[in-house]
Ligand binder design. Structure first.
Ligand code: FES
Length: 259
């Protein structure tokens, strides 16, 4: 784990409200794994905000890439940063996705900007010879801008709530069609989507390894403040250091968010 001042290389709005950023940090790139995140200090003049967790979208030898939605004060501040400015970055943090060596076929399910860390996982998985199918859901086509840029070996199917691309409806409705081919399933998206899968598909997915990446409010990112505590079968866990990736069946979904 590093705490660094990292120069921004690029920070572009790729679709309305969705940004792609590259920062320079060869050290973080060398140690990062899919599913991990960084904490970025988002500073608005005299008002210093807490660090914001941002998923790692990709790495290359010189640094990290992020794909993020500007939805709150912190990410809106981040979206206004220019190339050449510096960011205070802590990471890589947390425990990421685990691909079993025996798994050949992976199914990835992304909701909205949850696609960001799954692209990183998908690219690493195909590099190591796995077959990857990505189910990507969003409200509209606009939010699926990354799909045409994926390596050819990653098969994907899109779902949009307005029907503008692919299946019309929630991406999770595609799970029954694809789950039987998968040795492992990885899901990242908004909490209601994850809860819906856990509660509605628990029986159908009972024999599968299903890993979910949880997005919860965080403070320190280091296990000190307990802002991110959740209930699991193994007791209370901190999403920032014990996750953000958990086995779906370990999370106490009905109590989720309760300390
Ligand atoms: Fe502080 Fe997890 S964010 S303990």
């Amino acid at each position: 784990m590093h705490q660094i001042i990292a120069p921004i290389i690029t920070n572009n709005e790729v679709r309305p409200g969705i940004y792609h950023m590259r920062i320079e940090s060869a050290g973080m790139a060398a140690s990062a794994r899919p599913g991990q995140y960084v904490m970025i200090t988002c500073d608005r003049g005299l008002e210093r905000l807490l660090r914001r967790p941002i998923s790692i979208h990709r790495t290359w030898e010189g640094g990290l890439e992020f794909l993020y939605a500007a939805v709150g004060n912190g990410t809106q501040w981040l979206s206004q940063r220019k190339a050449g400015e510096n960011l205070d970055v802590l990471g890589p943090l947390g425990k990421g996705f685990v691909i079993n060596s025996s798994s050949k076929n992976l199914l990835l399910v992304a909701g909205g900007i949850g696609i960001a860390p799954l692209v990183y996982l998908a690219e690493k998985a195909v590099e190591s010879g796995k077959n990857v199918t990505l189910l990507a859901g969003a409200r509209t086509t606009n939010q699926l801008c990354i799909l045409p840029m994926l390596p050819e070996r990653i098969k994907y199917k899109a779902a949009t709530e307005d029907g503008s691309t692919g299946y019309k409806g929630m991406v999770t409705a595609l799970l029954p069609e694809f789950k039987d081919l998968a040795d492992q399933i990885f899901i990242c998206g908004p909490l209601p989507m994850l809860k819906a899968v856990a509660l509605n598909y628990a029986e159908q997915l009972r024999d599968k390894s299903v890993q979910v990446s949880l997005e919860v409010r965080m403070g320190c990112g280091l296990g000190f403040c307990y802002a991110c505590t959740i209930k699991t079968r193994q007791g209370l866990k901190q999403v920032c250091k014990d996750g953000p990736v958990f086995e779906m069946s370990d999370v106490s979904w009905s109590d989720f968010g309760m300390k």
